[in-house]
Design a protein around this ligand. Structure first.
Ligand code: HEC
Length: 147
């Protein structure tokens, strides 16, 4: 229950704090076999898969258990979980600066990639991630960007 509540808190906070949408713009899913898909995939496998898993399924029991340090486990990026409830600027800034950008005194495992990935590379990773989402969730998430 405690985990559930803190997750809700994060999702609420990040949604209400999304900043600078105009800079990020809308991130469309990449279609398979494009350069963007291939680059996004390679970058995802190198930088994200160790936690979010190769098939984007997240860590086992991500929504119920904590890791050995008492931190939350990595959620799925494949359209299960909550990722598709965040607009593009929120996804972008979580990836760029980590959850610490949104959660005061954050001590969990989702750090930022601003020193490893360029803005364009982050967008390509997210476009790759979106290619996994079922069409309905993808369409829903795109609408969040219009708010
Ligand atoms: C060291 C492990 C680790 C790596 C590597 C990692 N993440 Fe995470 N990520 C997490 C954890 C753990 C969470 C959940 C954070 C929390 O609730 O404390 C998370 C959460 C997120 C979220 C918020 C998801 C949601 O559903 O609200 C996004 C977006 C995200 N990660 C994107 C990425 C991307 C993109 C990469 C690669 C560039 C990446 N992460 C690499 C561990 C990691």
């Amino acid at each position: 229950m405690r985990i559930y509540l803190s997750l809700v808190l994060i999702f609420f906070t990040t949604d209400s704090l999304s900043l600078n949408h105009n800079i990020v713009g809308t991130i469309k899913k990449s279609s398979i076999k494009t350069t963007q898909f291939n680059e996004g995939k390679a970058l995802y496998l190198k930088n994200c898969a160790s936690c979010h898993k190769k098939n984007l399924s997240g860590q086992i029991n991500w929504d119920a258990k904590l890791d050995k340090d008492g931190h939350r486990l990595a959620p799925p990026m494949n359209g299960d979980g909550h990722t598709w409830h965040h607009d593009d600027s929120t996804l972008f800034y979580i990836t760029k600066y980590g959850l610490g950008r949104y959660v005061k005194n954050y001590k969990g495992k989702m750090g930022g990639f601003s020193d490893k990935l360029t803005d364009n590379q982050i967008k390509n990773v997210l476009a790759y991630v979106k290619s996994y989402w079922p069409e309905k969730k993808y369409r829903y998430q795109l609408k969040l960007n219009e708010r």
